[in-house]
Design a binder for this molecule. Structure first.
Ligand code: NAD
Length: 486
């Protein structure tokens, strides 16, 4: 049992304004494994005030980027030293298989921090441009106070994707983690405190959506960085738009993996399927639509079913387990609802569709494969967020597969699998998503832009683009004969 009775506000552990508590429930045992204060709007006001003061009057935004990055280095080292306990903590909060989680939930965040540490000393914050009427200093300055909001599915990863670039940029941050996963966020706050982050620069205030909305609309916040569902993203974008507040959104997905007719299934599926069912299927980039050429459809279905059936389901703290429980009972209800919706629409379940036997505790569902799916069905259009795949046949050439992939409100990720990479590249260029995998097991490289087309988001995290999300550009027209040091 890991509990906190204080919030991390302005770099100090302070008593919450209210008396409400968030109970963290282990989705495997259904037992309470921790409690934290449920932050209120008054706590948010206090955190924003601290961030405002630290930004407007403190040394943080004026420090050299490399000095700020030195704090991130310490946090990254602390995470590396704490890799196993941190992965176990996250698994206990939300059910991620610990072997996958150690890499994706903890090691990957250290890679993100390390990347931004490196960028701090190579990124051109200032440049002198030859303008039409003289020289101009183009300065990239921190955008100000950031409200950062994260979901529960990859909590530390998203925290790193926001805090790494925001802090290197010189912003101050009020971070609201999801109520399902506050423990790893408060542990991260401890690491920032131990690393010597100046007071006021960071607050961590776990709370639900109403309090999150208060943070979004707070006049003291200059920029909102949000990751979560498309429904919430639309609401947040509307609020920010009405205030002309800067915002970036990383939202949902329904990514399509396209198998071309020359695909070697023995090579492709071991790379594709772990990405299709990653994190128990609770991943924005999960490749949950598998598009197969009609004349190889049955062969694809048989191979997918065989491989998914072999995935080990069970206690996610067991390092050999590949699929753990869903985050909450309501999420299991939602996924089971789609088992019925899919069958009512005329699709067939080739594997799974129920709960694994002999597991009387935990919010498990069977890894499930739907076949005879048409792309217009809800199970092909809506983000289910569970270990549920839809295998969709296509007729004709590659362009028909691309059309089906593009027939979606989402545009986050996708993949193509073929023996001919040139042909695959044509497909990759045709699909309207922000990231793509061409015969590659890597969905996201943290040194390059990541984000969504269409309803999957606005803006790009990672790479220099991710840093620029937290910068404002200022053009200073220079007098003749004056060359500032940059
Ligand atoms: P969610 O939208 O319900 O909640 C996400 C976070 O936003 C939580 O902290 C929640 O408390 C807060 N929130 C919700 N409504 C809000 C509002 N109106 N104002 C302010 N804050 C609000 O999503 P979830 O169920 O926690 O996460 C799953 C979703 O996140 C999926 O759709 C998934 O695809 C998406 N996701 C996207 C990415 C990406 O990078 N594109 C990464 C991970 C998850």
């Amino acid at each position: 049992m890991k509990s906190y009775d204080r919030l991390f506000i302005g770099g100090e552990w302070v008593s919450p304004a209210g008396t409400g508590k968030i109970e963290v429930i282990n989705p495997t045992t259904e037992e309470v494994v921790g409690t934290v204060p449920d932050a209120t709007t008054a706590d948010i006001d206090k955190a924003v005030a601290a961030a405002r003061t630290a930004f407007d009057q403190g040394p943080w935004p004026k420090m050299a980027p490399a000095e700020r990055a030195a704090i991130l280095t310490k946090v990254s080292e602390a995470l590396k030293a704490d890799m196993e306990p941190m992965a176990q903590l996250i698994t206990t909060e939300m059910g991620s298989p610990v072997a996958w989680g150690t890499m994706a939930q903890v090691f990957a965040p250290t890679m993100i921090f390390d990347y931004y540490v490196g960028l701090a000393s190579t990124f051109q914050f200032d440049e002198v441009r030859q303008g039409l009427m003289g020289e101009v200093l183009v300065a990239k300055e921190p955008v100000g106070v950031v409200g950062a909001i994260s979901p529960w599915n990859v909590p530390l990863f998203i925290a790193a994707a926001k805090l790494g670039p925001a802090l290197v940029a010189g912003c101050t941050v009020v971070f609201k983690p999801a109520p399902e996963t506050p423990l790893d966020a408060l542990r991260l706050a401890e690491m920032f405190e131990e690393a010597g982050l100046p007071k006021g620069v960071l607050s961590v205030v776990p709370a639900g959506r109403e309090v999150g909305e208060h943070l979004v609309s707070h006049p003291g916040v200059d920029k909102v960085s949000f990751t979560g569902s498309t429904a919430a993203g639309k609401k947040i974008g509307a609020i920010c738009g009405s205030q002309l507040k800067r915002f970036s959104l990383e939202l949902g997905g329904k990514s399509a993996a396209i198998l071309l007719d020359d695909v070697n299934l023995a090579e492709a599926l071991p790379m594709l399927l772990p990405n299709a069912i990653m994190n128990n299927g609770e991943a924005c980039i999960a490749q949950t639509r598998i598009l197969a050429p009609r004349d190889r459809y049955q062969e694809v279905v048989d191979a997918v079913v065989e491989k998914v059936a072999a995935m080990k389901v069970g206690d996610p703290l067991d390092p050999t387990v590949e699929v753990g429980p869903l985050v909450a009972e309501r999420q299991r209800d939602r996924v089971e609802g789609y088992f019925k919706i899919g069958q009512d629409e005329g699709a067939k379940i080739a594997l799974g569709g129920g709960r694994p036997p002999n597991m009387d505790k935990g919010w498990f569902v069977d890894p499930t494969v739907f076949v005879n799916v048409d792309n217009s069905m809800r199970i092909a259009q809506e983000e289910i967020f569970g270990p549920v795949l839809a295998v969709i046949p296509y007729d004709g050439g590659d362009e028909n597969a691309v059309s089906i992939a593009n027939d979606s409100h989402y545009g986050l990720c996708g993949s193509v699998w073929t023996g001919d990479s040139e042909r695959g590249l044509k497909v990759a260029r045709g699909v309207r998503t922000g990231t793509y995998m061409l015969n590659s097991p890597v969905p996201v490289d943290f040194s390059t832009p990541f984000g969504g087309f269409k309803e999957s988001g606005m803006g790009r995290e990672f790479g220099p683009d991710g840093l620029e999300l937290f910068l404002e550009k200022k053009s200073i027209n220079l007098p003749a004969g004056f060359s500032p040091k940059v």
